[in-house]
Design a protein around this ligand. Sequence first.
Ligand code: LMR
Length: 397
Amino acid sequence: MFESISPAPPDAILGLTDAFKADTNPRKINLGVGVYKDESGQTPILTAVKKAEARLLEKETTKSYLPISGAQAYALGVQELLLGEGHALISEGRIQTAHTPGGTGGLRVGGDFLKKFRPDASIWVSNPTWANHKAVFQASGFTVKEYDYYDAAHQSLDFDAMLEALSTVPAGDVVLLHVCCHNPTGVDPRPAQWEKIAEVAEVAGWFPFFDFAYQGFGTSVEADRFPLELFAGKNLEFGVAASFSKNFGLYNERTGSFSIAGQEKAAVEAAFSHVKTVIRSNYSNPSRHGGAIVEEVLGDPALRQEWLEELDTMRDRIKELRTALVEGLSARGIDRDFGFIAEQNGMFSFSGLTPEQVKTLKEQNSIYIVGSGRINVAGINRDNLNPLCDAIAAVMD
Ligand code: LMR
């Protein structure tokens, strides 16, 4: 069988990491995969996480299975981050949460669950979107369609086109929305625009499915959850896949969630029982370690505070790097205003570099950028900023 199989293409994002590792150029720069790096180029383990792990080592008494949807304390911790402590959806039991293998696992569990009850629906993703969204939902059996999102000429949200597109999505279809720090563009709707999106969702009757991979990387943990509070306030049913890869730095612990929220506790519980059957037939139940870390940090006020401060540091550093990049490019007299990079949110900058320019940067400078022109700003530091700006200036000549 294997002899008749030709190789799959490398992954658009993780494949770049493999190529970067194989590159022997000592001055290589990895701005591909969305992983936070500190000034020394390391992806650190947060201090709050290390402390929680030390406690877990002491406290752990068994390696027995978790429930299919994970620990209840983890689910509650996730819900309180998504919506804020004491939110009505939580106190009234109208939100249910499963611990999934990362945010990607949350998207896939959500996709499989939705496909079961909406077999003829399409799922709509923004154009552009995270390179893996289409593959995840196609694997769930969905036809994937796109709604307008980005105005490349003005490096901004094409809000009119977005709203127009969303208002034509048929009732019962699924619309994937990035809660904050849109991947890959870093361009998010403003609160007033979210209000309009929620109004369209209400009138059109499509199912909102949120991808929340960067909570805390936009403005703050609280401010970034605004779209969820808004949809919850309108009593709309929705799903959320969330991730602790970025905001807890738990990338390889694969720690995420899938939640569903609705108007009636009994209906949400019935629906959630099917989320569990999806999980059971897929990976049975989640691995514990990453979730236990999150539980430990969120459950202890001092550790929680320490985590929030570390998250602030990561976010502030990325914002400073954005400004440094804009200044570095402008100092080289490039005939284009890169000021928009400083306005974007989250880890990524949608640079506007063409696929050819991205290819040249890789081949001539060992600078690794996703083919769409998406730069992981967190991969920049004092040592590589100047060579990076020189290289970008050269390809733009
Ligand atoms: C990214 O967009 O680079 C990250 O979300 C990592 C991934 O899995 O693609």
